[in-house]
Design a protein around this ligand. Structure first.
Ligand code: C2E
Ligand code: MG
Ligand code: MG
Ligand code: MG
Length: 288
């Protein structure tokens, strides 16, 4: 009996693995199709200077609307794109679309902000990243100083000998670099010093509990102090409450991104926001 049950279990696993493999294959081809059709678009989440209410930057976030399955989260399709090599063309599309859109907004509004775009390690493995960025900046007309590329600690640590020099070359184009999800990786302070970054994004895991947990508050406070001493700007991610904002301000961290100010927006809605005169925009922001 046990043997039989073992056999069934084995068959069950076989079937399950087969099912998963098939599903993956079909998701892969669906993503390939999405990339060639127009199922992908970008949302835009403002980064706000909480001391003035100004929009200082905006992060482009990829969205996939599958015709039958509906919206699929980037937490699902970005790793799929990374595993299948589709991240090359996908990442290039995101960068081009974000730069095109930013250039348009900067030319039709008085608002001055940077466009922040996430990069994956898969885009670093190809040799074309520098050329792609150069070409996209040229074609879009976006000044390099209005572009921020977001990288992660794990991307750098994946191959520091190759990635750090490439980061320096990217920076020499005149753009800025942000270290995303800071605190979730395992980079040491000495590495941080070697990275040619301008902005540090404090991961929302440390922002979540700043008002409640002494430990998380200590990590957040130490990060803000260290960044300040290294001459980096800090953007706090995932700010959802007035209480978190108040705490961050007390630590002199004024650049914030999160649902408290705004969820990621459709392009047209973001444009409405930046078309507002500053006084109106400040009225629009939640009270704090
Ligand atoms: P990320 O780069 O850290 O982006 C911030 C994520 O936090 C976004 O999730 C955003 O919607 C979410 N978020 C913002 N404010 C809040 C808040 O107050 N509370 C909470 N709970 N969440 C907040 P999203 O859009 O689902 O993206 C998830 C991740 O997928 C991104 O994390 C990024 O790593 C990746 N991703 C998204 N678009 C792209 C892309 O175009 N290229 C690459 N390589 N990765 C992307
Ligand atoms: Mg990001
Ligand atoms: Mg992040
Ligand atoms: Mg994150």
């Amino acid at each position: 009996r046990a043997k039989q049950r073992g056999g069934n279990t084995y068959q069950y696993f076989q079937a399950e693995m087969h099912h998963q493999a098939m599903q993956r294959l079909s998701m892969e081809s669906a993503l390939r199709k999405a990339l060639n059709g127009n199922e992908l678009h970008l949302n835009y989440q403002p980064q706000v200077d909480a001391s003035t209410g100004r929009v200082v930057g905006v992060e482009a976030l990829a969205r996939w609307n599958h015709p039958d399955l509906g919206p699929i989260s980037p937490g699902e399709f970005i790793p799929l794109a990374e595993d299948t090599g589709l991240i090359g063309p996908l990442g290039k599309w995101v960068l081009a679309e974000a730069c095109r859109q930013a250039h348009h907004w900067l030319s039709v509004t008085e608002s001055r902000f940077y466009m922040s775009v996430n990069l994956s390690v898969g885009q670093f493995d190809r040799n074309h990243l520098l050329e792609d960025v150069q070409e996209i900046l040229r074609d879009s007309g976006l000044p390099a100083e209005n572009l921020v590329l977001e990288i992660t600690e794990s991307l750098v640590m994946d191959d520091p000998e190759h990635h750090i020099p490439l980061l320096r070359e990217l920076k020499s184009l005149g753009l800025q670099l942000a270290l995303d999800d800071f605190g979730t990786g395992y980079s040491s302070m000495s590495y941080l010093r070697q990275l040619p970054i301008d902005i540090l994004k404090l991961d929302r895991q440390f922002v979540r509990n700043v008002a409640g947990s002494d430990e998380e508050a200590a990590i957040a406070r130490a990060t803000i102090t260290m960044a300040d001493e290294l001459g980096l700007h800090v953007v706090a991610e995932g700010v959802e409450t007035a209480e978190q904002l108040r705490w961050l301000r007390q630590q002199n961290c004024h650049l914030v991104q999160g649902f408290f100010f705004s969820r990621p927006l459709e392009g047209a809605d973001f444009e409405d926001l930046i078309r507002l005169p500053q006084a109106k925009l400040n009225e629009h922001w939640p009270e704090y």
